[in-house]
Design a protein around this ligand. Structure first.
Ligand code: HEC
Ligand code: HEC
Length: 293
């Protein structure tokens, strides 16, 4: 028998054999932690508190009769809106006509707090969600007044019924018609200059209003695009997106397939490389008996 290297000699000096198993264990721990822990919900959802539903529970039409005594819709309109939209609602150089836009549009604008703009707002200021200026009954009274200016024309407030909806159908419509702008998880996304907002704070009625009216740069979807049943399912799906079930484990903040792919590359490939190194290293530390028959 020739001189067989002792296990101590076979080891490369300076690299203890336990280094690679340790690294391997560390990587596995990180992957497991990522899969199990971490926030399940998207970061943008819940970042801001949900604005209280402006008087419109699912399906309930605003109760005009409940307008508070002492609230005068006409003088409120003249004081808060006429400077931009005109005394008769036919528009001015500062903002367009709203008289014939219909109840859905006015209710959307007021219940999401987008209107009224501050009187000195620039012509092309970004119009975004705010806490509503008026209480739900006041909104209802203003909606009735403004749509009355146009003789009640335009889109009426949709009646949302969430009792018989088809979530799968709603999901299909959402991914086909809405996700391009609002992102597949409804968290909102970037358009060219104008960001499409998150849907997590919208009430069911506001979602239906936005779909039928097409506020700002959003397209309107009439009955030809979605039947009322489609609309109900779409609204149900948008609601479902507030608390989606994440079947694949950690949702990675619902950022989509790109970060999920990154995790596969960084941790998956990393794990493979470490395993290969470890196998190579432990082969090194075995006595090479095959060379020495
Ligand atoms: C400082 C000016 C200003 C005031 C005050 C104001 N608005 Fe507006 N409003 C705008 C602008 C600007 C737009 C965006 C459309 C445009 O460019 O004309 C708009 C849009 C709207 C729309 C959506 C119209 C559409 O595009 O379909 C409604 C509805 C509306 N306003 C209602 C109101 C009501 C009701 C009030 C009062 C409570 C009010 N606004 C007060 C400037 C104003
Ligand atoms: C072309 C891009 C685009 C598409 C497609 C689109 N939206 Fe929008 N959406 C917007 C923009 C921009 C706004 C903000 C409008 C404004 O200024 O009030 C908006 C606003 C909304 C809001 C109001 C959010 C809030 O603040 O409460 C809802 C709800 C909504 N969209 C739902 C939908 C649904 C449902 C679909 C699919 C049927 C859809 N959108 C399709 C761009 C889009």
């Amino acid at each position: 028998m020739g001189a067989r290297p002792s296990p101590e000699e076979a080891r490369r000096p300076g690299v203890p054999t336990w280094t690679f198993p340790l690294l391997l264990a560390g990587t596995v721990a990180v992957v497991v932690a990522l899969a199990g822990l971490g926030p399940g919900r998207g970061a943008s959802a819940g970042a801001e508190p949900r604005v209280p539903a402006a008087g419109v529970a699912a399906g309930a039409a605003p109760d005009v009769a409940a307008a508070p005594s002492g609230f005068d819709a006409r003088s409120t309109y003249l004081g808060d809106c006429a400077i931009c939209h005109g005394v008769d609602g036919r528009g001015t150089s500062r903002a367009k006509a709203i008289a014939d836009r219909g109840a859905a549009d006015v209710d959307y604008a007021l219940s999401t707090g987008r209107m009224p703009l501050p009187p000195l707002a620039e012509r092309h200021v970004r119009i975004v969600r705010h806490p509503p200026r008026y209480s739900p009954p006041e909104v209802a009274a203003l909606v009735a007044y403004v749509s009355g200016l146009g003789g009640g024309s335009g889109v009426p407030i949709p009646h949302v019924d969430l009792t018989h909806t088809d979530l799968a159908q709603g999901g299909e419509l959402f991914r086909g018609q809405c996700a391009a702008c609002h992102a597949w998880a409804g968290n909102g996304g970037a358009l060219l200059n104008r960001e499409a907002p998150s849907l997590h704070r919208s009430t069911p009625t506001q979602i239906a209003e936005a779909v039928r009216v097409g506020p700002g740069t959003m397209p309107a979807f009439g009955e030809a695009a979605f039947t009322d049943d489609d609309l109900n399912s779409l609204v149900a799906y948008a609601r479902y997106l507030d608390h989606p079930r994440d079947r694949g484990g950690n949702a990675l903040w619902h950022l989509g397939p790109l970060p999920e792919g990154m995790v596969a590359w960084v941790f998956g490939i990393g794990l493979l490389l470490l395993t290969l190194l470890w196998i190579g290293e432990s082969a090194h530390s075995q006595p090479h008996t095959w060379r020495d028959p």
